[in-house]
Design a protein around this ligand. Structure first.
Ligand SMILES: Nc1ncnc2c1ncn2[C@@H]1O[C@H](COP(=O)(O)OP(=O)(O)OP(=O)(O)O)[C@@H](O)[C@H]1O
Ligand SMILES: [Mg+2]
Length: 408
């Protein structure tokens, strides 16, 4: 087992690489990290392989330099609206006079993988919603239970093969093997949610530059996940178009003076912004800026609400929404979301483990830090239960081989 973990978050606006050392089940020590502006990424997917590869290389190099070591393997985050999740079930016999072992759990997840997929899609994760042992249903952890048949109610997360392969090759070009692809909303959930929130029912919403990653957790497990292709760049774009300003000027304006709650801004407040066609900055009403941002933010929150309804879960979400990602820093966004959803809303930043530098405790690092936590969990399970991960990946290969033999 490697005691060094590397996570690469390839976002629409920045690539972040974090290298950490595993201390124990709850503790990581970050050895170094690097961040580079993204290039060749649109709405969470690679649209220019050469440019994205270069940006990824820069972030890796910086992190390696800071950590003073090179890396050979990494966890890589994946997002984009091509991501889809579908429910699936699987069942396996447990065997005589035995209790459920980690192997059984791996096998039953493999069984749930057997969903009909078109040629151009592939499986990224199989995430258990709940398990059942014989007639005992709704189990979060079936390990150690007696019974004859283990079944799982799972979410199978899939992605478009082209988008997955493009991302992989941008990383592999740097001589780095992919330890695991991690769905970004799941990673963000790892970073910012508490166990209590997950148990009660919560939705984590990572609003980045190009995507809004949504993951809904009910009774401790993933219920639904989706990646919407809206993000902070749309807010900036609206400002740029509305004011006739260059994108970069609109971006600065948004970050420094923006708000998603127009009724909080006094009508007489004014700000300067560089505009096209004029040599001097133009004076614009800060209220107008807020109105433009609020209109788009409302649309984004409505899309999130629609996804929550579409998830098929009609119960309560007592822990409400946890907003994270760079755009969660927009002033007033939390209050707007609270007003529109009538749910509790908080802004989430990565926390909860020692050895995390302050620079990484910001909402825009939720995905990167979350991947480390995801990795830590997986590695720890592997240690506690022998080489479960290896067995599962061997099983995975066999299952894939078998699936390839089947006619579509
Ligand atoms: N203070 C702020 N107010 C408003 N927006 C902000 C602020 N700080 C950062 N942002 C926005 O956050 C976005 C970047 O967030 P983040 O770093 O989470 O995105 P990303 O991971 O690169 O993209 P994605 O996850 O969508 O692929 C940008 O659009 C930026 O304008
Ligand atoms: Mg992101």
């Amino acid at each position: 087992m490697a005691d060094i973990i590397c996570a690469i978050d390839v976002g629409t606006t920045k690539v972040t690489t974090i290298i950490a050392e595993v201390i124990d089940a709850d503790t990581l020590h970050v050895l170094g990290f690097g961040s580079a502006p993204s290039d060749g990424m649109t709405k969470g997917v690679v649209t220019n392989v050469a440019a994205a590869t270069a940006a990824i290389g820069q972030a890796i190099e910086e992190a390696e330099h800071a950590a003073d070591r090179s890396i050979g393997r990494a966890y890589v985050g994946i997002a984009g609206s091509h991501i889809d999740a579908q429910p699936s079930r699987g069942a396996v016999p447990i065997g005589r006079n035995r209790v459920v072992t980690p192997d059984d759990v791996a096998r039953v997840k493999e069984a749930a993988r057997a969903v009909a997929l078109p040629h151009n899609r592939e499986i990224i994760h199989v995430v258990a919603r709940s398990f059942a042992v014989d007639e005992q249903e709704d189990l979060q952890d079936p390990l150690g239970m007696h019974g004859f048949r283990l079944s799982v109610d799972a979410q199978v997360v899939t992605g478009a093969t082209g988008a997955v392969r493009n991302l992989l090759s941008c990383v592999q070009t740097h001589g780095i093997e992919i330890e695991e692809l991690v769905l970004e909303p799941l990673a963000s959930g790892e970073a910012v949610l508490t166990d209590a929130e997950r148990d009660m029912g919560v939705v984590v919403v990572d609003i980045g530059g190009g995507t809004t990653d949504v993951a809904m957790f009910i009774k401790g497990s993933l219920w639904h996940t989706v990646v919407l292709d809206v993000g902070g760049q749309h807010l900036t774009h609206d400002l740029a178009v509305g004011l006739g300003a260059p994108f970069e000027a609109a971006e600065q304006l948004k970050i420094r003076y923006g708000s998603a709650m127009a009724d909080r801004i006094a009508p007489d407040q004014e700000v300067n912004v560089e505009v096209f066609g004029e040599s001097e900055p133009r004076v614009v009403s800060r209220l107008l800026v807020a109105e433009i941002l609020e209109a788009r933010a409302e649309e984004m929150i409505n899309l999130i609400l629609r996804e929550i309804k579409r998830s098929g879960y009609d119960g309560l979400i007592p822990a409400g929404l946890v907003l994270t990602g760079g755009t969660a820093r927009l002033a007033g966004l939390r209050d707007l979301a609270r007003q529109m959803t009538h749910l509790p809303v908080r802004i989430g930043a990565p926390a909860g483990f020692a050895g995390l530098p302050d620079e990484l405790r910001t909402p825009d690092n939720a995905t990167g830090v979350g991947m480390l936590r995801w990795a830590l969990k997986g590695q720890w399970v592997a240690v506690e239960h022998g080489d479960r991960r290896q067995q599962s990946s061997f099983m995975e290969r066999i299952m894939r081989w078998l699936q390839n033999l089947l006619p579509d």
